[in-house]
Design a protein around this ligand. Sequence first.
Ligand code: ADP
Length: 202
Amino acid sequence: MKVIGLTGGIASGKSTVSQYLREKGAAVLDADAIAHALAEPGGSIYCAYRSHFGDGILQSDGSLDRAAIGKIVFADPAEKEWLDKAAHPLIQAEIERQLAVEKQREVPLIVLDVPLLFEAGWDKMTEENCLVDVSEMVQLKRLMQRDGYDEQAARARMAAQMPLEEKRRRADRLIDNNGDLPATLRQVDRLWKEWTHDGFSQ
Ligand code: ADP
């Protein structure tokens, strides 16, 4: 079975496509959800943060106080650097563990759903990488609609990411999500056939 990386800029339609792939039977490993779970009490990110920053970053119920951590790293670039580096290998280890579990199952396709696929270097864990692609205008419109941002706030969020042009260059496959939803899902159907019926096996 193939392992595919799925990525896209903010509001490009990545969640829409990954949800459809899930419905078709793919095992989708969601990097954001994994990171979130590891930051729950007892998780590896939780333990790393707690031993580095101390109990001052815990709320009264024992969970991480994200605002307190935010204050620390905002005030100290060295702490920010530590934070950025600390979570990455922990998330990677968990993705690798879940990949090994999924490979034992009879799933037709494994999808790594990672917003920062290229930035984090996780495109090297996959056989093909697929970008959900939209024009800047469509991205802006959908982001404003979905999250209720004004144009300036939406543009600031888009500018904080790796340019889509760079992602396009690095992706093996593009899903054009500028059209309506059925047009996008038809492209996913075609890719699904290729990914699951090309005789490739690991
Ligand atoms: P991402 O996960 O990349 O941030 P989403 O899948 O949440 O993006 O899509 C962003 C917004 O655009 C959502 O409100 C979604 O319903 C909408 N959307 C996605 N694809 C289409 C499409 N082809 N036509 C119209 N709206 C779409």
